[in-house]
Structures are given as structure tokens and as C-alpha cells.
Design a protein around this ligand. Structure first.
Ligand code: NDP
Length: 338
């Protein structure tokens, strides 16, 4: 049986990748750094799938060499999904860059040493579209890279995704020659929740659903369903022509106020904001709020993505943004998170 190692198994995207791998008949080994979360994962997977699921789980941390060689034993493919994606801005950029970049290198080096066929790495459009200022293309594609030296602020998270993906490509072009790499660059990921942890992207909906903000900052947000992101990861692992490629996955981009209107139509009894916050006000609030400050460069900026590459090479078609958003909202409401 073909064995796949999934890092960060307890995460939002990884839990869907695991379920789809099992559906396709793969044997899955997951990695987790928290024993407590690992313990709850098999139960959450079983509840979601409506049948008993018990995958093997091993302990790994992106910041330590311990356990990688053992985790790769007998593994044919690696889905390297783990990377820090916190809701708050950490103290320094290195708090995110070091685990993201060094963790990706640990995954690749240990995969190469174990004779793994291919690694699929979860990057992000944050490694594609940040720091362009007014110079961005009408639509971003896989040839685009985040500009760290363009004089525009780039969030710590985007820096971490940039350096992790760069390090991965540099490694397979050099010492890691022979190891195949494919990269998935998702936009904001929504869709059904398997575990009760709220990922940072799904968390974007919480304040709106709870009516805690009067309006949304005028941010254009790419939306993709987690089930499609998982499918793209597996197609990128299986299809020979996906090796050496990056793939943007996105259904479409919506202004946050449009997202508000989708939520409001499904939850008419809630006070969900449906209007744009004036951008001067968002800029003023950004002076006091570091999380907001990092999104200010994206205020009023259309962010549109070409998805033809994923459609052509991976055979993707996409669940609608409405379905993705409403599936997340349903999960948040059912679990009492919003
Ligand atoms: P989650 O926070 O749900 O998953 C992140 C996973 O990474 C968790 O399992 C987490 O473990 C693990 N992790 C973080 N730091 C470490 C560490 N030091 N050592 C070991 N494991 C670690 O987020 P998502 O599922 O949303 O994100 C998964 C991947 O997808 C990330 O690479 C993210 O950058 C990327 N991505 C996500 C998007 C989105 O909108 N959700 C969009 C584009 C890319 P623990 O649970 O213990 O914290």
C-alpha cells in the first residue's frame, strides 16, 4: 500500500487532505506537535466521515530535528502542510520565518534521505502577491513572487511563506536534486470544519458573524474551498506533469462586504456587516492595531488570480465561494464559535 506522510495533521487543510487520501486508498501517517490535539484528531475524522478512522500519528516539531528520519520510514509521498499561521502578529518576523523555512527544509531533506518520490508543499498566495504596491499585474499567476524589496510592507506571515517556498525550490535545484516538488498556493481557505479548532482564515468570519464589527475593511479576499485545496494537493502528488510546478487555487475574489452579504442572507437574524469601512478609518485604526496595519497595503486593491494552471494540469474545477463560506459559517455556528 502506498504510504503518505502528512505534516501538521491536526490542521484545517491537513485534516481534509487526510480524509481524501484515505478515500483514495492511501495509508496515512500524520505528524502533530501537540499530543492532546493528536489524541482528538482520529475522533474528529471519524465523526466527520461517519465511520471509524484511526491513522498513525507521530510527534514532530518544525523547529527540531527529532523524529524526522523515523517519520519518513516506508513513506512514498509527503504532504508538507505544517507551518505557523497564527491569528495574531508575533513579536518578530523570525518567529514565523524560522519554523516555516527550516521546517520545510527538514521535511525535504529527510524525504530525500528516505527515498521519497515527491513532496507537495503548502505555500500560499502570500508568497505570490504581497509587496507589489501599485505595480501588481491585473491578475497574479504562478510566475509572480512576493516582492520583499519593493519598498512596500510585507506581513511577517507572507515573509514566512515566501522564504519557506524559496528555500524548498532552491533545495531541489541543488543538494536535493532528484527529489520531486510540487507547490500549492491557496488563497483564503474556507469550507467545512473537521476539528473544533478555528483556523486563521475561517476565523476571519467570526467577527462578522458575531456582529462585533460595524463594517469590513475594503479588502479583496480570494476564496477557495478546503475540499478543493485538499484535492489539489493529492492531484499534485499523483500527476506526473505536476512535478516542478506551483499552482494557485482560488474560486474567486470577493470584497469583504460581499462576503458579509452572503453571510447575512443565510443568517438574517444576525447583525452581520454588509458595508465597507471607509478606508481612511481603517488606516487610522491601523495605527493602533498591528494586525490591521499589515493589511493596509491591500486596502482598496483588487486581487485577482489566474487559475488556469491548476485547471489544466490538476484538472481542478472549483466549489463556489458561497458554498465554501457558508460551510464554514455553519460549522462555526454549530460549534458555538460565532
Ligand atoms: P492550521 O493552523 O489549521 O494548521 C497549521 C498546522 O501547522 C497545525 O497542525 C499546526 O500545529 C502546525 N504547526 C504550526 N507550527 C508548527 C511547528 N512549529 N511544528 C509543527 N507543526 C506546526 O492552518 P491551515 O490548515 O489553514 O494551514 C495549513 C497550511 O496552509 C499552512 O502552511 C498555511 O500557511 C497554508 N495556507 C493556509 C491558508 C488558509 O487560508 N487557511 C491559505 C494559504 C496557505 P498545531 O495545531 O500544533 O498548532
Amino acid at each position: 500500500m502506498t504510504r503518505v506522510l502528512v505534516t501538521g495533521a491536526t490542521g484545517f487543510i491537513a485534516s481534509h487532505v487526510i480524509l481524501q487520501l484515505l478515500e483514495r486508498g492511501y495509508q496515512v501517517r500524520g505528524t502533530a506537535r501537540s499530543a492532546d490535539k493528536a489524541k482528538r484528531l482520529n475522533q474528529a475524522l471519524s465523526d466527520y466521515a461517519g465511520k471509524p478512522i484511526e491513522i498513525e500519528l507521530v510527534r514532530l516539531d518544525l523547529t527540531s530535528d527529532d523524529g524526522w528520519a523515523e517519520a519518513m520510514g516506508g513513506v512514498d509521498y509527503v504532504q508538507h502542510i505544517a507551518s505557523p499561521f497564527p491569528p495574531d502578529v508575533p513579536r518578530t518576523a523570525d518567529d514565523l520565518i524560522v519554523p516555516a523555512r527550516d521546517g520545510a527544509l527538514r521535511a525535504l531533506k529527510s524525504a530525500k534521505a528516505a527515498g521519497v518520490k515527491r513532496v507537495v508543499l503548502t505555500s500560499s498566495v502570500a508568497a505570490v502577491d504581497n509587496g507589489w504596491g501599485d505595480q501588481g499585474p491585473a491578475a497574479f499567476d504562478e510566475t509572480c513572487w512576493t516582492k520583499l524589496d519593493g519598498g512596500n510592507p510585507v506581513s511577517f506571515y507572507a515573509q514566512s511563506k515566501y522564504w519557506a517556498e524559496r528555500a524548498a525550490w532552491d533545495y531541489v535545484a541543488g543538494a536535493g536534486d532528484g527529489l520531486e516538488l510540487a507547490v500549492i498556493n491557496p488563497v483564503g481557505v474556507f469550507g467545512p470544519l473537521i476539528t473544533s479548532d478555528v483556523s486563521t482564515s475561517v476565523g476571519l468570519l467570526v467577527q462578522g458573524l458575531s456582529g462585533k464589527i460595524p463594517a469590513f475593511p475594503r479588502i479583496h479576499q480570494g476564496v477557495v474551498d478546503v475540499r478543493d485545496v485538499a484535492r489539489a494537493h493529492i492531484e499534485a502528488m499523483e500527476r506526473p506533469e505536476a512535478a516542478g510546478e506551483r499552482f494557485i487555487v482560488c474560486e474567486r475574489s470577493l470584497w469583504m462586504s460581499e462576503i458579509g452579504r452572503i453571510l447575512a442572507s443565510a443568517y438574517p437574524d444576525r447583525k452581520i456587516p454588509t458595508r465597507d469601512m471607509p478606508s481612511w478609518l481603517a488606516r487610522l485604526l491601523g495605527v493602533f492595531n498591528p494586525s490591521l496595519r499589515f493589511i493596509l497595503p491591500n486596502l482598496d486593491r483588487q486581487r485577482v488570480y489566474h487559475t488556469g494552471h491548476a485547471e489544466l494540469v490538476l484538472g481542478m474545477d472549483f466549489i463556489t465561494a458561497e458554498d465554501a463560506l457558508l460551510a464554514s459559517a455553519e460549522g462555526l455556528v454549530r460549534m458555538g464559535k460565532a
